[in-house]
Design a protein around this ligand. Structure first.
Ligand code: AMP
Length: 126
């Protein structure tokens, strides 16, 4: 089944400037901003500007330039928020949810970068 992007999702609206956000970093292809309901002292969302629904969609169809830019932005956010190991930070957890089973709320690909405290077990079992 082809990916069908909903251009009314909240991150599409942020990208169009219809909803405010607390931008941490913006590049030609990528936007990073604070999560509105932070689950940790550091909780930044990194999104591509292109219309991709999920990580696999992005990884399959984005251009090399978009993919490189996205990943370099992730590295930059880890450094600038102080969680990166090479910045002496305590590390972080990067999460991306996809679809129903992944319990994705916003259908625009985003990577959560969480840190600033121990994140606990990876998943609840069951
Ligand atoms: P997910 O369940 O992976 O789709 O996560 C969606 C995330 O988007 C949640 O952590 C929300 O708190 C966050 N979120 C929803 N609306 C906004 C918004 N307007 N600005 C920033 N973060 C948001």
């Amino acid at each position: 089944m082809p990916y069908t992007y909903d251009d009314q999702n909240v991150f599409a609206r942020i990208l169009r400037g219809e909803i405010p956000n607390k931008t941490v970093r913006e590049t030609d292809h990528t936007l990073a901003f604070e999560d509105i309901e932070p689950k940790a002292p550091v909780h930044v969302l990194v999104i591509p500007k292109g219309a991709y629904i999920s990580y696999d969609h992005f990884a399959a169809e984005a251009s090399d330039a978009e993919i490189v830019d996205f990943n370099r932005t992730v590295a930059e956010i880890c450094r600038s928020t102080g969680v990166a190991l090479d910045a002496g930070g305590g590390g972080f957890r990067a999460i991306t949810n996809a679809g129903k089973d992944g319990v994705q709320e916003v259908p625009h690909f985003h990577l959560h970068i969480l840190g600033g405290r121990p994140m606990g077990p990876m998943l609840l079992t069951r």
